[in-house]
Design a protein around this ligand. Structure first.
Ligand SMILES: Cc1cc2nc3c(=O)[nH]c(=O)nc-3n(C[C@H](O)[C@H](O)[C@H](O)COP(=O)(O)O)c2cc1C
Length: 224
């Protein structure tokens, strides 16, 4: 079982997000997962140029580190999206990665896999960002195993930090266990079906403009 994480913080493994993510991945390894972390702060993933070549041909015209992250996302059984809260949103690094994954959303490429989110935040106004990350995880096709936000103040207090890291490890364990048991989440079924059908309808409408995506649907989700 492979779980990958994408850390959108420019502060890398030693930043707030990196510390929480490390605990989560340790929890996942304890439950039997192999893990790998992609640090966007050390990789190059530039913003989408909206050329739409991915929709027509299935490849990206930009020559950077995105293709190897995309390949790892497709191969993984579970994905963790981790980001700091930047002005009530994810970091620009994380947003660039999500935009570059545009066609993966249309094709529901991660349908049947599992996802979790980690957010760190300077202050308490983070709920909409955590919700956004989980929405993204759901709309790319993953079952949502859970999410966690840790505030910077918690990481500055030893006791609170240990508690937060325990919660992160627990989320990693739950993610791995959900994958291992092919868990289904009944409360997510209706939204998943609605999203899946919406993407199918969209790609069918645009079949002449988005031939790669249309062929992907024919191949991977026949009869749907
Ligand atoms: C450019 C920037 C924007 C930020 N915006 C917010 C914000 O809107 N709300 C908030 O609570 N914290 C904000 N913060 C604080 C970060 O969310 C917080 O320090 C986070 O834990 C940093 O994680 P890192 O060490 O992994 O980079 C911001 C920090 C930076 C550098």
């Amino acid at each position: 079982m492979k779980i990958i994480a994408i850390n959108g913080s420019p502060n890398g493994a030693s930043g707030n997000t990196g510390q929480v993510l490390a605990a989560l991945m340790e929890g996942a390894r304890g439950a039997g997962a192999d893990t790998e972390v992609f640090l966007l702060g050390e990789l190059t993933v530039t913003p989408c140029r909206s050329c739409r070549v991915c929709q027509r041909l299935g490849t990206c015209v930009i020559d950077d580190d995105y293709p190897k992250i995309k390949a790892a996302m497709i191969e993984a059984d579970g994905i963790v999206l981790a980001s700091p809260n930047y002005i009530y949103n994810v970091s620009a690094q994380m947003k660039a990665l999500l935009d570059r994954s545009f066609s993966m959303f249309h094709c529901q490429m991660l349908a049947g896999t599992y996802g979790a989110a980690v957010l760190t935040s300077g202050g308490p106004l983070y709920a909409q960002v955590e919700e956004y990350l989980m929405h993204v995880i759901g709309t790319i096709g993953c079952w949502k195993a859970g999410s966690l936000t840790v505030m910077e103040s918690q990481l500055k207090d030893h006791g609170e930090k240990m508690q937060a890291l325990r919660e992160a490890a627990d989320l990693g364990r739950r993610l791995a266990e959900a994958i291992g048991s092919r868990m289904r989440f009944p409360d997510q079924e209706a939204d998943r079906e609605q999203c899946f059908e919406m993407m199918r309808w969209l790609v069918e409408q645009e079949r002449d403009n988005w031939p790669y995506e249309y062929e992907y649907w024919q191949k991977h989700w026949p009869g749907k």
